[in-house]
Design a protein around this ligand. Structure first.
Ligand SMILES: Cc1ncc(COP(=O)(O)O)c(C=O)c1O
Length: 328
């Protein structure tokens, strides 16, 4: 069936309805089919395109953002791009803070979209004034007609996944989905999609894939807050529990190390032709683990392919960087 048969009036109409594809080669020999939802095919190259317009339109509806206003956000890159796309269309100024852990590609991309970018140190705790989120909040408070997008606590974030990503997965699998695997950065994706799928069929298992070093898996399973430790995968995992994350919808968490995540991202590119980032590798690693354990051809595992590998050419796809970080 031909796709995109209609004419669109704006880039914003091109967000969502991303294709779903069988991961047949990395999943070879596993009886359970695994499908990836190709969120890297959104116009800004990631799942975060969905929340950009949703957050801006909510702020407009609530009267917090008026013409000529400024959008300020702390981002690992992708949310900034999603916000910048919607801001371009609507004529808002953007100021983004990003930690120096994130790839140079992301900083350059944000600037290419016309945003002002402030790079902050990664090695500070979440309550530190130089932390990327504290810095964004402070700037938004100091500027007139500026809003802090606040993806970590903004209800518009999980809500847009409840309204779009979840229903798309349900329709594309014709209700046959039995397991859903995603990571949590803000928790918006897993909470919104998880809530929608559970309402459709409470038997669907929602599985969180977390980087080793993030606190989410350990906290969800034990109720104790561990010390966070650094890791290289970008955009997912946390050093605290974000408000957009509904731990109640996640049935199970699994931790994955950087090396396994990056190995799988490179395999997806070489073996499936799906050029994806490190967080996708981490999620697919868990999705295949689940599929292997379930071993049921009637089950259907769905996972999120979060963003494009082009954002990580200097890292996940750079042997020198991998070797220097002992990740090969
Ligand atoms: C690359 C990447 N993957 C996954 C996610 C996680 O999505 P969410 O914030 O909805 O939990 C993000 C966002 O933080 C991201 O940038």
């Amino acid at each position: 069936m031909p796709q995109h048969r209609q004419l669109y009036e704006s880039v914003l109409e091109m967000i969502g309805w991303t294709p779903m594809v069988r991961l047949g080669r990395v999943g070879a020999g596993i009886p359970t089919p695994v499908y990836g939802k190709a969120e890297f095919m959104n116009p800004g190259g990631s799942i975060k395109d969905r929340i950009g317009p949703a957050i801006i339109e909510a702020a407009e509806r609530e009267g917090r953002l008026r013409p000529g206003g400024t959008i300020v956000e702390g981002t690992s890159g992708n949310t900034g791009i999603g916000l910048a796309i919607a801001a371009a269309e609507k004529g808002y100024r953007c100021i983004f803070t990003i930690s120096d852990k994130m790839s140079q590609e992301k900083v350059r991309l944000l600037r290419a979209f016309g945003a002002e970018v402030i790079v902050t140190p990664a090695a500070v705790p979440p309550d530190h004034p130089d932390h990327y989120v504290s810095t964004a909040k402070r700037i938004a408070g100091e500027l007139p007609n500026a809003v802090f997008a606040d993806q970590f606590y903004n209800a518009a974030n999980p809500e847009v996944h409840y309204r779009t990503t979840g229903p798309e997965i349900w329709e594309q699998t014709q209700g046959r989905v039995t397991h859903f695997v995603a990571s949590a950065g803000t928790g918006g994706t897993i909470s919104g999609v998880g809530r929608f799928l559970k309402e459709k069929n409470p038997g669907i298992r929602i599985i969180g894939a977390d980087p080793v070093g993030s606190v989410l898996c350990h906290y969800a399973e034990t109720g104790e807050m561990p010390e966070a430790a650094p890791y290289k995968v970008e955009g997912i995992g946390q050093d605290k529990i974000p408000g957009a994350l509904d731990l109640g919808v996640v049935d199970e968490w699994r931790s994955v190390d950087d090396r396994s995540a990056f190995d799988m991202a490179r395999r997806l590119t070489r073996e499936e032709g799906l050029f994806v980032g490190g967080s996708t590798g981490l999620i697919v690693h868990v999705a295949l683990e689940i599929a292997r354990e379930v071993a049921d051809p009637e089950a259907l595992v769905v996972c999120i392919l979060c963003d494009t590998g082009e954002r990580y050419l200097s890292k996940v796809y750079n042997e020198e960087w991998l070797r220097a970080n002992e990740l090969l």
